[in-house]
Design a protein around this ligand. Structure first.
Ligand code: AGP
Length: 613
């Protein structure tokens, strides 16, 4: 989710690039950098922190040139600091690269480069790209050929932009997969390159886009694109009418809707580089987990707040079922007051999108103080929850702007699933066949997420039916009991409708007294081991005259006659079902709030990161 800006033309590149990066800051960043060709030499400025730190650095050490590239980084590999910031510079200093995406085969390519004598200066996956280009420059005729050869080795999704002091009249740009776009802006005797439209629109509205596995040479006169096989590609230009702010959300009205729809990519990215599908193995190097330690663990305590707490509730089911390790789940703000029983065989795992939630950080400190090993599952790399942990798993979803958490709920579900498999593997509590089956289920998950997202219009119809409700109850059981809590939280925090999630079995112990024709009840009744119980729940709810919105697995025959509305989702393994079941509830809450004309991205009284206790 990084920001990329490039310029070639008669004007000074520096202010154009810095202003362009500023337009992309909504994408979040934790470090930034710029490279400009100045008197046949490439000058680079880069630093950790917000963009204005880079601006100050450049004011103190100005750059002047007509060719340059810039980058704001959302870290996935390596802490946000100067040496990990882009642009990355090759050994000769003649080639620099900025990159958006994750090199899935980073370790393998890095080891090959090191074996060939290359010295790497950062912890990032991106740096290997510039060294690969330099490697191929010794055999290929020009920067384009060397870049194409380097890019064809990369697995994963990428947006890449390159300049060289040896070929000062061009920028090379390429797109592989879906790591954000590569867009070209057409000026008068000047050209712009960016990862997103907002960086370009103040200069020109005539643009074109690269498609996947295409590479382009950008000069002052225009763009020449081709496939990786060298076939010329005619890029279609179009005129953009969007205003820059609207362009930040793309075709979506709100960041929340955009982030809901980013879940195919964010689930892909959170899996990326961590699953060897051929061997059926999970790799989580950021955890620093050894077989010996994995076999020492006798208890795991998951701590989190809000949405992250509900994700932890799912994690308990996954880790206990797969790895057979006892798991407790605590609301972080309660954890430290219960005098928790902890020893050196306890692992405390904090889940946090922002990594800065005060309650969660305080609970982490309590766990550490009592001798636990501390892990965290965080989205914001370089955040406190990452830095103070003994090991971490980055969610890798890219920045989440909407206050209501969506992709940073589904990603940690997958992260905990992968963690459970890894722990089970190291503790030898599952067979190779069982492990391979669990890993194989991950392969199809992004595609299933895409199927659910494609049904947004169906779910919107239910939103229209519920938009004037005053209250709502969500019921779920087993692994989808937390989904009921999360679905209710989504509705209440952005639509201000009072909503409660309940364990399905609890309904008869009190809440059913509330049930009447004015209380819609959302029942998660997908086909799993709790299905029959949920069917009888639907019948009991109907008997009280309450409207039923049932979530069902495609092809279900029992539910349609019973429910007032059916929310369909595709068949999926029960352990991964919470990744799918939450999405219609996110969409439902979003559209109800949007129909009610509320500030979806910044609901009243809320903050994206609650840094106070
Ligand atoms: C969820 O939609 C809310 N924004 C809130 O409950 C959030 O999940 C909670 O504050 C925890 O935030 P964190 O993941 O950044 O720690």
């Amino acid at each position: 989710m990084c920001g990329i800006v490039g310029y070639i033309g008669p004007r000074d590149a520096t202010p154009i690039i810095l202003n362009g990066l500023k337009r992309l800051e909504y994408r979040g960043y934790d470090s930034a950098g710029i490279a400009v060709l100045e008197n046949s030499h490439i000058e680079v400025r880069r630093d950790a922190g917000k963009l204005n730190r880079l601006v100050s650095m450049v004011e103190g050490a100005p750059l002047s040139g007509n060719l340059g590239i810039g980058h704001t980084r959302w870290a996935t590999h390596g802490e946000p600091n100067a040496k990990n910031a882009h642009p990355h510079i090759g050994s000769t200093g003649e080639v620099v690269v900025v990159h958006n995406g994750i090199v899935e085969n980073f370790l393998e390519l890095r080891d090959e480069l090191i074996a060939e004598g290359t010295t790497l200066h950062s912890e990032t996956d991106s740096e290997i790209i510039v060294h690969l280009i330099e490697k191929f420059l010794s055999t290929e005729s020009d920067l384009l050929s060397a870049s194409r050869k380097a890019f064809s080795l990369l697995k994963g999704h990428h947006g890449i932009v390159v300049i060289s002091s040896k070929e000062p009249d061009k920028i090379i740009a390429s797109r592989i997969g879906n790591a954000g776009g590569v867009v070209f802006g057409y000026g008068e005797n000047e050209m712009f390159v960016a990862s997103d439209l907002p960086a370009i629109l103040e200069h020109t509205r005539r643009v074109s886009f690269l498609e996947t596995h295409q590479i382009a040479v950008v000069t002052r006169d225009g763009v020449e694109a081709q496939t990786f096989e060298g076939e010329p590609v005619e890029l279609e230009t179009e005129n953009i009418s969007w205003d820059p702010v609207a362009a930040e959300k793309g075709e979506y009205r709100h960041f929340m809707q955009k982030e809901i729809h980013e879940q195919v990519r964010s689930i892909t990215d959170t899996i990326s580089g961590r699953v060897d599908f051929e061997k059926g193995k999970i790799i989580l190097p950021q955890l620093n987990l050894t077989k010996e330690f994995a076999n020492q663990i006798d208890r795991i305590i998951l701590i989190a707040c809000g949405t992250a707490y509900y994700a932890a509730m799912v994690g308990k089911v996954l880790i206990e079922n797969i790895a057979r390790i006892p798991v407790e789940v605590d609301v972080a703000s309660e954890f430290r007051y219960r005098d928790p029983i902890i020893n050196d065989r306890t692992v405390v795992i904090a889940i946090s999108q922002s990594g800065e939630t005060a309650d969660t950080l305080a609970a982490m400190a309590e766990g550490k103080k009592r001798g636990a090993t501390l892990w965290s599952i965080v989205n914001a790399i370089g955040s406190q929850a990452m830095r103070i942990a003994d090991g971490y798993i980055s969610m890798q979803t890219g920045p989440e702007i909407g206050v209501a958490s969506t992709k940073a709920y589904s990603a940690p579900l997958v992260d905990q699933y992968m963690l459970a498999i890894l722990l089970a593997d190291l503790r030898e509590v599952i067979t190779e066949q069982e492990r391979r089956a669990l890993v194989e289920d991950l392969r199809h998950l992004p595609e299933l997420v895409g199927q659910v997202l494609s049904r947004e219009n169906q779910y919107m119809q239910v939103a229209h039916a519920l938009k004037d409700s005053l209250n709502c109850i969500y019921l779920g059981r087993g692994i989808n009991m937390p989904t009921a809590f999360e679905g209710a939280l989504k509705l209440k925090e952005i639509s201000y409708i009072h909503a409660e999630g309940y364990p399905g079995g609890e309904m008869k112990h009190g809440p059913i007294a509330l049930f009447d024709k004015d209380l819609p009840v959302v029942v998660i009744a997908t086909q799993d081991q709790w299905y029959d119980k949920m069917i009888s729940q639907i019948e009991q709810t109907k008997a009280r005259g309450a409207p039923v919105i049932a979530m069902a697995t495609d092809g279900d025959k029992l539910i349609p006659p019973l429910a007032d509305h059916v929310i369909w989702i595709p068949e999926v393994s029960w352990m991964l079902s919470p990744v799918l079941t939450v999405i219609p509830l996110q969409i439902l809450a979003y559209h109800i709030a949007a129909i009610r004309g509320l500030d979806v991205d910044q609901p009243r009284n809320l903050a994206k990161s609650v840094t106070v206790e």
